[in-house]
Design a protein around this ligand. Structure first.
Ligand code: FAD
Length: 270
């Protein structure tokens, strides 16, 4: 069983800044961490490998500094990690991102399953997984929280809003997973030491030119145009401590709630 796991490194969302003028996230302004849902996808892949045998490849598209971070995926049980890195990939929307990733998947050769997170914590579109499957013309199942994989097929139980559905497909297929599918393992010290010795394999635009149209990479291949980025102002919490006797405090709290809910029907002004 050959499984490819798609992994995106996302900025620490509590620290990252926005380039409002250019309508972009300034990814250099914060440390990168693995998208949490992708850790679940990787854990699912490694468990399948442990049960059925095979290999797990990790594929990521991102800046050069992702290279060292990708070693964490090797420590967590991936056999090889590939980084798509090239200036030509910059400024990609989800369509160009999924096209580039699908082109790299073709380049990697035979595989049975692609696993990815249901969404990222920065872009949060949930589009890349299904789009990759469409580019590769193969079935996909979204938002799986339970997987049963045999050598012949895969059954996935999915959380679709108010509904829970079970789907079955043969290989190759792409499945996006939720955080409920498993609890990702923590790599042991010896796994980290082993991963430090392993190389992350780099892939640039030239490496894909045999299987892809380079005009569909990066900003050139992105039909999405961002006209304006607005960062909502953080007004903070408006707390108040009531220090008077409890009866008076209760009256005042009730009055304040009344003014919030139904300002024209309150007993008195506050
Ligand atoms: C006009 C425009 C310009 C942009 N320019 C840039 C830019 O210059 N630099 C930049 O970093 N982003 C840029 N972005 C954002 C970029 O489009 C998204 O980061 C990317 O397409 C992934 O979308 P998402 O985060 O919504 O992923 P989702 O669709 O929510 O992700 C679902 C799953 O797909 C997989 N996945 C997603 N992205 C990747 C990836 N890169 N590598 C491997 N697996 C992945 C993961 O498994 C993930 O859990 C731009 C977006 C727009 C609209």
């Amino acid at each position: 069983m050959v499984i490819i796991v798609l992994v995106k490194y996302v900025p620490d969302m509590l620290r990252v800044r926005f380039d409002v003028d250019r309508g972009r996230v300034d990814r250099s302004s914060a440390d990168l961490e693995i998208n949490p849902f992708d850790l679940n996808a990787l854990e699912a892949a490694v468990r399948i490998k442990e049960e059925l045998g095979g290999q797990v490849f990790v594929l990521s598209m991102g800046p050069r500094r992702t290279e060292s971070a990708l070693k964490d995926t090797l420590a967590r049980g991936a056999d090889s990690a590939f980084l798509l890195e090239d200036r030509k990939f910059a400024g990609a929307d989800t369509l160009a991102t999924s096209y580039t990733i699908a082109s790299a998947v073709r380049q990697l050769g035979h595989f049975d399953l692609i696993l990815c997170g249901e969404k990222t914590v920065d872009g949060d579109t949930g589009q890349v997984g299904p789009e990759v499957a469409e580019h590769l013309d193969m079935p996909h199942i979204a938002c799986a929280y339970e997987l049963n994989v045999t050598r012949e097929n895969v059954t996935a139980t999915c959380d679709i809003g108010m509904e829970r559905c079970t789907f079955k497909t043969s290989f190759p297929a792409l499945i996006t997973v939720t955080k409920d599918i498993n609890i990702p393992r923590l790599p042991a010290f010896r796994d980290r030491a082993r991963a430090r010795q392993m190389a992350v394999r780099m892939m640039g635009a030239a490496a894909l030119s045999g299987t892809a149209d380079v005009a569909r990479f990066g900003v050139q291949g992105s039909p999405t145009k961002v006209y304006k980025v607005v960062v909502p102002s953080d007004e903070g919490r408006k707390g108040k401590i009531f220090r008077q006797a409890s009866d008076e405090a209760v009256d005042e709290v009730a009055e304040r709630i009344c003014h919030l809910v139904s300002p024209n029907n309150c007993a008195g002004d506050i």
